[in-house]
Design a protein around this ligand. Sequence first.
Ligand code: FAD
Length: 469
Amino acid sequence: AGALVWFRRDLRDHDHAALYHALRSHQRVFCAFVFDTAILDALPSRSDRRVEFIRESLVALDEALRGQGGALIVRHGVAADEIPALAQTLGVATVFTNHDYEPDAIARDTAVAQRLQGMGIGFETFKDQVIFERDEVLTQAGKPFGVFTPYKNAWLRKLNDFYVRSYPVERYRQHLVASPLAQGVPTLEALGFAPTNLASLRMPLGMAGAQSLFDDFLERIEDYKVARDFPAIKGVSYLSTHLRFGTISIRQLARAALQRGNAGAETWLSELVWRDFYQQILFHHPHVISHAWKAEYDDIVWETGPAADALLLAWCEARTGYPIVDAAMRQLNQTGYMHNRLRMVTASFLTKDLGIHWLRGERYFAQHLNDYDLAANNGGWQWAASTGCDAQPYFRIFNPVSQSERFDPQGKFIRRYLPELAQVPDKYLHAPWTLGALELSRLAPDYPPPIVDHAEAREMTLARFKRPS
Ligand code: FAD
């Protein structure tokens, strides 16, 4: 009997744990992906770059599998129903898949395992999307880490060649088989979705796209330590969406960073460690999804009501009057990407300048980020809101104007996304209101005045956090 490999956030045909183990132990291996209506139906819009990104990745994966004698079976339905039904139809002995640490995914996989068991079919799962998972990196007392630096040190101590070695899928590819059920990848329309502007963003797609982004980044990795903080510069890897959907392997990236070994590569490896860190936080503390990691911060009184709703809307729609915040929100709205420095600045602005609950910003990012990942996004938001583990202390409040002056000194990023500020001289670009109302209405008639005063907001935030709970 054969095996079925169920692809989820690992859309590639190489260095793939589940695929490797299935091929090594079975002579006939089928491959499948499910457009899970349990996930798709919850998306806020019927035009979603992530759905298009996944579809493009599947087209490339199907093509690659076909070149090796296999093919991808693509279903559209509730995955927890589709996978057991498909396994039965194909008559396989075992379903292979890779771990996913999100609570909903764990619940789904538990349901699938039970159903398969009832049918006498095995379910084997593997670590694939992180270097270290779950309980692999613990404190000396055997507890999960809640602070990054000691976690990172323990992570680095544990690391050796074994953990970054590639799974040699190619050795067994003759075991791939194509089922007549593999009928190509459905169109977006067939899935009930409309095209997005993804093509116009010229984002390299699929496995080949991920590889080309990585090749390009390796040319610049040495500069990463410094260049990573400036959104107007091409300083980062832009691999996050590919990492999210597994069109490139984390082991390949970590291996390359280790081999380079320069300061830039070391800093970049640290970012990959943050990725593992937040995954294990989510796994051990799933309550962070809707609660502050630090329980006492669940009692913070955030701004609510119509005035707060209006502020939130202005933030979403890039109308705060703070150019760095608005340019960043435009980048998110127009492309689905936002530079890391700006994620910190905009998240800080929403929570500390507007006093709005981090969960509301987290949800907006979740809806709009191409690379949206529950663990990383939740971790990032709780960090910025000071409610998280190892978070920014609440009294260290980003000043959006100084952040702008420091990280976009020539205003290049601001000008790219806010053409309505084209006439504003560089000197005033970070805080256009300092031009005076008259001058501002002459030079940038369409740009709003600031929706809050930072100094006042800062005091209110300090009070909000100090209030005994
Ligand atoms: P690079 O700088 O090239 O980093 C390489 C990779 O490391 C990234 O692709 C990512 O996988 C990982 N990484 C980098 N920084 C972090 C981090 N702080 N936490 C976890 N992983 C990290 N990242 C996401 O992948 N998805 C999210 O939904 C997400 N939401 C965020 C929300 C907020 C408020 C903040 C402050 C950060 C968030 N991040 C998120 C982390 C980070 O901003 C992005 O991973 C990064 O900007 C992606 O660009 P890049 O691939 O060029 O990153």
